[in-house]
Design a protein around this ligand. Sequence first.
Ligand code: PPY
Length: 306
Amino acid sequence: MSRIAYFGPEGTFTEQAARELARGAELIPVETIPNAFSVVRKGEADAACVPVENSVEGAVPATLDGLAEQEPLVAVAEALLPVHFSVLTRPGITDAGDIRTVASHPHALAQVRLWAETHLPNARPVATSSTAAAAVAVRAGEFDAAVTAPVAVRHYPLPVLATEVADVRDARTRFLLVRRPDHPLPAPTGADRTSIVAAAANRTGALAELLTELAGRGINLTRLDARPAKGNFGEYRFFIDFEGHVAEPRIGDALAALRRRCRNVRFLGSHPRADGARATIEPFAGNDDFVDAAEWVEAVRRGEQA
Ligand SMILES: O=C(O)C(=O)Cc1ccccc1
């Protein structure tokens, strides 16, 4: 049975995603995203499940930085979960006006800010490492309320003040299953996502050149994020997701071009999309077009075509 580390403790949204992605695996809660990556790098787990982006709050910085630094890891699967929250309180609280502190993961706090302004008028938000860590802290009497995943109350029995809380309806979070790159990649399905991170040089047009390589091949981007490269102020790493799979000729051709433009590019995986959306193929930019063009050049070289 495989061992999957997930961003825990038990009762996080990420545990829910890990259950969906790794049926039958042994699940190991790990309290921070960097540590979840580190147990996989050390071989203590086969894969790690981590959140990567939310439709309201955007990228999860610890996941992006963890993928760009240290030994390479690749994403092999993803899950997309609807995100709404339960609000659990310290036993003994009878009036929401008595709640002075409300704890949760920063992404969760940001997604219930308007609700809390109305329903918890006296509460100060406090960030915890995860939504479930907030429930643990409320049980320990450290805070008055926790904003959690719906499953958290099963692990941390506490009074439920509210369920289905969300300032934005239909918010979603995307999670990745990542592992060491020493296995074959998942097979292409026609509805795949490829991810890279590139440390573009700090000069005019460097990012535009990378994006132009993709646009010129008719490749549709699904995400673009920048994170500081950390060494030099003002230098960035660009995280680029796009439709397609590295096994496809059109994507292989694009990756080779990116590598020519930027030695500092890291492949972060090709895997099926959770939403099943098939890649948009522009006219003259299908895999057949790339194969046909390469065969034509070969024929010209052999003197068989002009
Ligand atoms: O803290 C959690 O439960 C997580 O899995 C991270 C998270 C936080 C808020 C929304 C989605 C995922």
